[in-house]
Design a binder for this molecule. Sequence first.
Ligand SMILES: Cc1ncc(COP(=O)(O)O)c(C=O)c1O
Length: 471
Amino acid sequence: MGYKMTTTPQLVTSSGNDGMARRAQDNLWMHFTRHSVYEDGLGQVPIIVRGEGEYFFDDRGKRYLDGISSLFTVQLGHGREELAEAAAKQMKELAYFPVWSYAHPRAVELAERLVDLAPGDLNRVFFTSSGGEAIESAWKAIKQHFKLVGKPMKHKAISRYVAYHGTPQGALSLTGIPDAKKFFEPLVPGSIRVPNTNPYRLPEGYDAADERFGIWAADRIEEAIIMEGPETVCAVFLEPVQNSGGCFVPPPGYLQRVREICDQYDVFMVADETICAFGRIGDYFSMSRFGVTPDIITCAKGMTSGYAPLGAMIVNERLFEPFRHGTNTFLHGYTWAGHPVSSAVALAALDIYERDGIMEHVRKNEGPFFDTISKLHDLPIVGDVRGMGYFYGIELVKDKITKETFNDDEAERLLRGFLSKELFEAGLYCRADDRGDPVIQLAPTLTMDQSHFDTMEQILRDVLTRAWAIL
Ligand SMILES: Cc1ncc(COP(=O)(O)O)c(C=O)c1O
């Protein structure tokens, strides 16, 4: 069976004349990358040299539409000088100081700003340098919280099938993708999996638009809590819209019922908004749009629009309360967390989100975007198109009627052997992903409009039509 967590190398046939592709192959260990493609001479490493608005360019001068915001990250598009200037200004003023017992103005200002934007009483920001570190921090903070309040047995955490929560060993333990975990077992114990809310492959007798499905899925969490023993369970981690598996939007009633269950069993509800926050779903935090307040939000990526690394967990008063007292200390931190330059960039990015009305733009355009890519339904290979905001998954199937999916060999041939390469060659950067059933994921820069949606649809139509022909 193929290892499903590799990102697919693009088989670029020629590159710039400075030998950068060869040099990359010689010395750079690329992440989640099957290096044999390059070692065996089946392709060259694509070298991306420049970005401008909704596009980036490779070292041959070829232009690509950034249909996945590079890695669900460059929400505001490439080449924003204001963000570069914010970074340069901060570097001149104070390039680095940690947030370990000391503070600096940008971290304070950014924490205030995030608290203002976050729902409910999520009033406390713990910075990290990434989304995975935010997840790691959340699980640790929750475990310590319960030790401090006299419930030391509460340590297990629940997450969902096929969900990705990052690579640190705690976050990886919560990840629901066996292929991503198998080489690193044993991972952190006490991680329990429950069903996700895949609307295309749901249990017999349920309808994805019906609250009964939402309640059914949430009740699987209650079942797991009871099975494990409520005195041992400390947290539920979920993405409001789950990325892996292809944009599973929460069904009606689901998040509300999860909230009730967490309250009933004294379990913290953690919304992993690493992807969903900062406009991806049309609000600063997608949980605000869904009208449910979690106990913790984790976020990263879009906070700086990718112009500098930064993550955070934002926690409520209840979680933080025991840390206010006596010698209690969260013995946890990261050198780069709340970095002054990253914080300055995040503040500048928030200014742009606000000034340019990015949330309104996404909410206004999500319908037309969905309608445009939904035209692909007439292709025999397209089983489902789903998502919301600027975040959609197109599930590919062998048979539309039976929803039969591809076997491992076919998925390998289709996704790695054909689709990723052809989409990239056609000038569209998006993701062909088989961590669950095969999907193409679209998460474009939040600045795109109808002309870009049309381009995406046309390229996808052409490439998916050809993919069907070679199957
Ligand atoms: C939902 C989710 N959680 C966590 C992470 C890990 O974030 P990072 O790569 O910044 O550690 C990701 C990364 O894509 C993610 O999508």
